[in-house]
Structures are given as structure tokens and as C-alpha cells.
Design a protein around this ligand. Structure first.
Ligand code: ASP
Ligand code: MG
Length: 461
């Protein structure tokens, strides 16, 4: 069997859903479990509605909800007719009335508790699964909708819940496997789950990929397919470099580094379950289903290029923390201060992209949005550990590829390629897959163009 996951952009309207159904039809003999995201931008709309309600801005909340309802009903009306339309339309209506009641609760509370937000956000995926499975049945496919909360059991970290793999695996084998054995096509939701006690949880934004690989690993799938509206993993972000090309293959380790350091192609948590169970993940384009896309976790003969892809994150803030103190106590001081620093970052849930400790100084590169979210309290606590110098509006550009491991020519080639750019830092261990460069955020486009020319657009010797 295989898992086929369709992202919100692949389900954005009736036409897109039609395409998805034909893609599934073409895979029937592989016995797919279908996992859907919310229809494009729905999750954001639900978030707006929740925040509007809590802020007692009922007008904006109502506007957000009725826009969502109209959109879902309009697309269904294009997909279905007669009694099939009536049934699905009624189910959608029912879900929106439930949603309104939950939002009314937020108006009274005046705040959005994480637990309530997860409940509200879950409607996006519930609605799309109703529509996709309804349209599949209408077109002669034996779809059977199953609520992911009946098997995706998670801890109670609302907003970023972690699946409890053994529980989930057990329930998938008793509740989903039998559907496959009966020749049915299970259609379920990504992103959402439930605690053991039955409270709705979500796995974090863009978390449907993670659902898909968890389900794939638990059911021992032959393949997991992640269908998007881009042609797989690219050599770099096509939005900032027009010459970007699809990367046919990469390893789990390469994909993990790329997603950790900015590539949006797959949710970063999605790699681990697939890698642990050794299940290939294919990233495919639902607008161009005949293209091969990218296969993650499949080895094969390929051109020996040092790198697979160049990714970036911006804005990034650099924190230089100086542990100055009387000379002589340096090493002792450093160890305890470092422990303090690590504990503080963990408590505040900030994970630096780069950490370098040298002598009496630590350098942390942190994505600016996380630093803002962690508030000024973090900065105050940091200031108690050491003297801080901050550099804002930086970016980290990272070249990733196992082919670069142990190659002594790479560092010189990187330096030479970007010699006219002011570089804050180059981080490269000869044994590692990633080479990171810290630069001004305004230089990202130029640096990527130069590195792409050096490492992707000329023949390797
Ligand atoms: N619908 C959710 C989101 O937009 C989950 C997902 O699309 O993967 O974040
Ligand atoms: Mg999505």
C-alpha cells in the first residue's frame, strides 16, 4: 500500500480536486490511503476567525467564517450535482454551525486557548476530507472517510502535538487496515489528531506531511507521496532564482538538513518517521503528475555533484554573548555559563540555527521571528548570563549535499564564488553535509545566483 498526501494548494478549487481524483484513480492498484490538508488558505481563515472572535471583533470573525463557508459550498457546487451535492452540502453546513458555536465561546472567553484553537483549526481538514471523499464516491471510487482523531493519538501539547507512535500504529492496524483489506480507499485528514482522552490536537502548521509519514511508517507503506503545486525539491527557491531545477533524488539526511535550514518542500518533522522505517518519500506536482518529482531516501546512480540544493532563512538575528570575567577562571566559568545558556534556550523553546562557542564567547544565530515570539524576557535573562551584542537583518544561506563530504576543494570554491560579498561567517566541517554562510539579508539573491552558477550550472570535474 502507499500513502498519498495532498496539500492545500493541490485542493484549492473544484478543478484542482478533479485533478487530484484522477491522480488517485491512476494509483488504485497500489492501494492508497489518502491524506488531505485543508483547502488552500482555510487554516489561515480559521485562525483569523478565532482571533477576531476573541478580540470581540465579531464583524471580522463573521466575515472570515462566511467567506470560508461560501468558498467551500461554491467549489462543492461545481463538483457535485443532485443528491450527492445535497448530502455533502448539508455536511458542510452542519460543520460551519458547530464552528460558529465554538467561536461564540471565544467571544465570551476573550482569548484563544491553544486547546480551543486546535479544535477550531481542525475544521479545515474535516471539511476538505468530506468534499474530497464525497467527490471520489461520486466518480466511482470506493472512498471511505475516516476521522484521523480515531487513530492519530498524540500528547497534549496543543498547537504542536507529537504523535504517540505505538498507540497510533495499533489503531491504524485495527481501524484503517481493515478498510484497505475490504478494497476501500481510506480518506483521512492530515494535521489533526487527538489525545488519549479524546481532545482534538494539531501537529503544527503545515503538519500534514508529518501525518502522512507517520501513517506510512505505521502501516509499513511501500511509498509515501507528498503532492504539492511545485515540482519537488528544487536546486534553490524558484521564487528568488529563475534557474532553479528539480532535484531527482536526495537522502533523508539531506532532506532533513534542507528543511531544518529553510527549504519549505516538506515539513521538517516528516523526514524522521520515513527515515526510521526506510520508506521512500516522493514529492510530486499535482499540476504536472507525469513529472518524476523528487524521491527522498532512494539511492541510485547519479551525477556526482557536491551539493543537492541551496536553501536560506531570513531574517536571522545573531546574538554574540560574551562571558567576560576575571582571567584564570575561564574554563570553569565557561562550562557553567554554557549550561545556563542551554537550559535557558530550552526553557524558552528557542533552537538556534547555528551555535558556536569559542573561548569566552558564544554566537547564536536565531530566526528573527522566534526571537520576537520569545519576547523581551528572553533577552533580559540572556543579559544576566553575559554581555550581548546583537546583529539583526542577517540571513543564513546553506548548501546541502552529501557529495561535499570530505572534499577539500569546496571551501575555496565557495569563498571564490562569493568573493565580492561581505560574509559574516562560513561554517563548514569537512565531514558534514551542510555548508552555511551568514550574510546580510539583502545579499541572499546575489549569493544564491553566484553559488548556483558555481555548483549547479557548470560541469563538475
Ligand atoms: N492545514 C494546515 C496548515 O495550513 C496543515 C497543512 O496544510 O499541512 O498549516
Ligand atoms: Mg499545507
Amino acid at each position: 500500500m502507499i500513502v498519498m498526501k495532498f496539500g492545500g494548494a493541490s485542493l484549492q478549487d473544484a478543478e484542482a480536486i478533479e485533478r487530484v481524483i484522477e491522480i488517485i484513480r491512476g494509483r488504485l492498484e497500489r492501494r492508497p490511503v489518502v491524506v488531505v490538508s485543508a483547502i488552500g488558505k482555510t487554516t489561515q481563515g480559521l485562525l483569523d476567525a478565532a482571533e477576531g472572535s476573541a478580540a470581540q471583533n465579531s464583524k471580522s470573525a463573521l466575515r472570515a467564517v462566511s467567506a470560508l463557508e461560501r468558498r467551500h459550498q461554491d467549489e462543492v457546487a461545481k463538483l457535485l450535482k443532485g443528491s450527492a451535492l445535497a448530502a455533502v452540502s448539508k455536511a458542510i453546513n452542519h460543520n460551519f454551525r458547530e464552528l460558529e458555536k465554538l467561536l461564540e465561546g471565544l467571544v465570551i472567553l476573550g482569548t484563544v486557548p491553544p486547546r480551543g484553537l486546535d479544535r477550531i483549526l481542525s475544521y479545515g481538514e474535516i471539511l476538505s476530507s468530506i468534499i474530497v471523499s464525497g467527490a471520489m464516491v461520486d466518480r466511482g471510487l470506493p472512498a471511505s472517510q475516516i476521522d484521523a482523531r480515531r487513530f492519530m493519538i498524540t500528547n497534549d501539547k496543543f498547537g504542536a502535538a507529537s504523535p504517540l507512535f505505538e498507540d497510533t500504529k495499533g489503531l491504524l492496524s485495527t481501524r484503517v487496515r481493515p478498510l484497505l483489506d475490504e478494497g476501500l480507499l481510506p480518506v483521512t485528514q492530515g494535521f489533526i489528531g487527538a489525545t488519549r482522552g479524546g481532545a482534538t490536537t494539531t501537529l503544527g502548521f503545515e503538519g500534514s506531511d508529518y501525518s502522512a509519514t507517520i501513517i506510512g511508517a505505521a502501516l509499513d507503506a511501500e511509498d509515501v507521496e507528498i503532492w504539492k503545486n511545485v515540482s519537488g525539491l528544487m536546486t534553490t527557491d524558484p521564487a528568488i532564482f529563475a534557474g532553479a531545477r528539480t532535484v531527482p533524488r536526495c537522502s533523508y539526511a539531506e532532506a532533513a538538513e534542507l528543511t531544518r535550514l529553510g527549504a519549505k518542500v516538506l515539513h521538517y518533522k516528516a523526514i524522521h518517521p520515513a527515515a526510521a522505517a526506510n520508506i521512500p518519500v516522493h514529492i510530486l506536482n499535482s499540476r504536472k503528475p507525469a513529472e518524476a518529482g523528487t524521491a527522498v531516501g532512494i539511492k541510485g546512480a547519479e551525477a556526482i555533484t557536491p551539493f543537492k540544493s541551496i536553501t536560506y532563512i531570513r531574517p536571522v538575528t545573531l546574538l554574540n554573548i560574551f562571558f567576560d570575567d576575571q582571567a584564570g577562571t575561564a574554563s570553569l566559568l565557561e562550562a557553567s555559563k554554557l549550561r545556563e545558556l542551554t537550559a535557558l534556550l530550552e526553557r524558552r523553546e528557542v533552537s538556534p540555527l547555528i551555535t558556536i562557542v569559542s573561548g569566552m564567547r558564544a554566537l547564536l544565530a536565531i530566526e528573527a521571528k522566534y526571537l520576537e515570539a520569545a519576547s523581551t524576557a528572553l533577552m533580559e535573562e540572556l543579559a544576566r548570563i553575559g554581555r550581548i551584542e546583537t546583529e539583526r537583518r542577517r540571513a543564513i544561506v546553506t548548501l546541502v549535499g552529501e557529495g561535499s563530504n570530505g572534499r577539500i576543494d569546496i571551501a575555496a570554491r565557495v569563498f571564490t564564488a562569493i568573493k565580492e560579498i561581505e560574509v559574516g561567517l562560513i561554517l563548514r566541517e569537512s565531514s558534514s553535509t551542510a555548508t552555511s554562510i551568514v550574510i546580510d539579508q539583502a545579499d541572499v539573491e546575489r549569493v544564491i545566483a553566484l553559488l548556483h552558477a558555481e555548483f549547479f550550472d557548470r560541469a563538475e570535474s
